[in-house]
Design a protein around this ligand. Structure first.
Ligand SMILES: [Ca+2]
Ligand SMILES: [Ca+2]
Length: 231
């Protein structure tokens, strides 16, 4: 069997098995929006992924297993790329075309595990659901104060302590108060705005968007800026 056939063989088998289940259009759209989301949203979605009910997970599980053709329980980014290229060769369409696949890999280990996968392809209505947002907010609010502190935000962002500070800086600028990031507490409404904002922190810092762009070095934000310049 040639290398290419070896690649395609289990893939084709799985395609038959999961006919019409592989990467539905709405999932591809969801992933595209995910790729544009800022890191804070991705990190929260990652936490939220553990809260989905089993029927919601079942649908996603089929897609994941269709991609995890060797049954390792994880998908390498290289493998996902191969599979999508095979899909494109067969159907003429790459559902994730134009998306940087490293967006899936939150911890940067080169592999996409189940939770990272769920975070990326979770339906937007799950993300936008007030109840789900409240639930994940309560989980993040370790001391049950009803607000999120720098320490609590740092927990979900892992080692990106500087980024946690930047998130609270945006909250601070929007409020226009003198509180420092060490003492400022993010409310649920601010959290919701941040989670529902598109691609940058503009809804958190509407008044000073230019400054936000300058101070935040998100690649997504820079893309936004470039897009504006090209108009
Ligand atoms: Ca990973
Ligand atoms: Ca708290």
């Amino acid at each position: 069997m040639s290398g290419r056939k070896a690649l395609l063989h289990p893939w084709v088998t799985n395609r038959a098995k999961y006919a019409d289940k592989f990467v539905p259009k709405e999932v591809a759209e969801s992933v595209k929006r995910y790729a544009q989301a800022h890191r804070f949203q991705k990190a929260v979605r990652h936490s939220m992924a553990t809260n989905l009910t089993s029927s919601e997970l079942h649908k996603l599980r089929n897609i994941f297993e269709g991609l995890d053709t060797e049954g390792h329980g994880t998908i390498t980014i290289a493998r996902l790329k191969e599979v999508l290229e095979a899909e494109a060769a067969e159907t003429g369409q790459n559902p994730f075309g134009g998306i940087d696949l490293s967006n899936f890999d939150i911890d940067g280990d080169g592999e996409i595990d189940w939770q990272e996968f769920v975070a990326a392809i979770m339906d937007d209505h799950e993300l936008h659901n007030e109840e789900n947002l409240a639930k994940v907010f309560r989980q993040l609010d370790v001391d049950s104060s009803g607000t999120l502190s720098l320490t609590e935000i740092s927990t979900i962002l892992g080692n990106e302590h500087q980024f946690s500070r930047q998130v609270l800086e945006a909250v601070k600028r929007n409020r226009g108060t003198g509180d420092g990031v060490e003492t400022i507490q993010m409310t649920f409404d601010e959290f919701k705005n941040l989670m529902l904002s598109k691609g940058d922190l503009s809804s958190v810092s509407k008044k000073r968007r230019r400054d936000t762009i300058k101070n935040f070095s998100f690649s997504e934000v820079q893309t936004d800026e470039n897009a504006e310049q090209n108009v």
